[in-house]
Design a protein around this ligand. Structure first.
Ligand code: MN
Length: 386
């Protein structure tokens, strides 16, 4: 069983002020092209199809074309899709029964009542059957009614318990889980994150891989850098494109998984993807950056850090004559570094009332009246009381 593992396409996403429409169309064509050449047994998409839960008509059209392009390949390749935290479960689930007739299996939501099960798709190859469990993005609250007497309290527990209900035969059957969560290995090593992801502060959304260790492969979405989590067989495939400046050093690839019999070793191949525009970081004086602009980089998305000690005249205009897609221009010189040091000093901790007094003054350009002060004091007292 050979299958493509994709995730986090974020169709409709913008990079700073630029639409990525052309870039996304081109990269999806490249993936379709790989599908024609390799003809995998399945294509798995592990969530975050769209960038928003209400995708634009343009974004829907791009995804529609991608699916239509893949559906033209014969014999038909089954496509297995789950929703991510950026997708709307209901919207993605729309027409899923019709899509099933075209070998497209969509799982929008996790089990929400005791009678529901994780959507399972059974595919066959010469070695026999492979069970694909499609587990969309979930929070503990989503499955509260499944475990009415004793609802799970953490993400980790929720994922573990929702899988346990399936009574999976890990000994003789081949099982693949498709999931979209923030998994961490039991070795405690933190996966690499980047700026285009949305993860909860404090890590409450983390899920322990111990609950999924029995699967023969775990196809993950959510983190945007391709990486394994503890074990080779638990992997994030990453985004097909660079979606933030922090990813400029990534090499985006298409992950191809080959699962043979239970006793064989899993094979992972990472095929190169070729974006029409790369994302780059450039640092130097304005003169250096202008002089060093290579012909083949001029269409790329560039984040520029200027190191001139004297602020140059209209740098954006000059840079845009050379680079057509300037994402941002930062300044890193003695002046900005000094400013940074000053703001790094311990901020003065004020009581809420005087903090609000300062805020009021800043916003209104005058002090609060005696009457207003009384009202605020009353409010703060009430809040404290609670
Ligand atoms: Mn994502």
């Amino acid at each position: 069983m050979k299958f493509f593992h994709l995730s986090d396409m974020h169709i409709g996403k913008q990079l700073h002020r630029y639409s990525l429409k052309e870039d996304q169309e081109a990269i999806l064509w490249e993936i379709t092209d790989y599908a024609w050449k390799i003809h995998p047994d399945a294509i798995v998409i592990a969530g975050d199809i769209y960038d928003k839960s209400t995708p634009s008509a343009e974004a829907v059209t791009i995804f529609d074309r991608f699916l239509t392009g893949l559906a033209e390949i014969t014999p038909k390749i089954p496509i297995l899709i789950i929703s991510g935290n950026h997708d709307s479960a209901e919207r993605l689930q729309y027409a899923s029964e019709i899509l099933k007739k075209n070998h497209i299996y969509m799982a929008g939501s996790v089990p929400e009542t005791e009678g529901e099960r994780i959507r399972k798709v059974i595919l066959k190859d010469e070695e026999g059957e492979v069970d694909f469990y499609l587990l969309p993005f979930m929070k503990p609250s989503y499955v509260r009614n499944v475990f009415r007497d004793n609802p799970p309290e953490s993400y980790s527990e929720a994922v573990k318990r929702i899988i346990e209900r399936e009574n999976i035969d890990y000994d003789t059957r081949r099982n693949v889980l498709v999931s979209h969560q923030f998994y961490v290995g039991d070795g405690g090593e933190a996966p690499k994150t980047c700026d285009s992801e949305v993860c909860s502060v404090g890590g409450i959304d983390q899920v322990d891989t111990a609950g999924v260790a029995g699967f023969d492969y775990v196809a993950l979405g959510h983190l945007h850098g391709a990486q394994k989590v503890g074990s080779e067989k638990i992997r994030y495939c990453g985004t097909p494109l660079k979606y933030s400046v922090s990813e400029c050093g990534h090499h985006k690839t298409l992950t191809v998984v080959t699962l043979k019999s239970k006793k064989d070793v899993l094979q992972i191949e990472e095929l190169p993807l070729h974006p029409i525009r790369d994302v780059r970081k450039k640092t130097g004086t304005l003169e250096e950056i202008l002089a060093g602009a290579r012909e083949e980089e001029r269409e790329d998305y560039v984040s520029i850090t200027l190191t001139d000690e004297i602020d140059p005249y209209k740098p954006r205009e000059q840079l845009e004559r050379v680079y057509s897609h300037v994402l941002e221009i930062r300044v890193d010189n003695q002046r900005t570094r000094k400013k940074l040091e000053e703001t790094e000093e311990e901020p003065e901790v004020k009581d809420p009332f005087s903090a609000f007094e300062d805020f009021y003054r800043e916003m209104q350009g005058k002090d609060m009246s005696e009457e207003e002060k009384k009202v605020m004091e009353q409010i703060f007292d009430e809040v404290k009381g609670e």
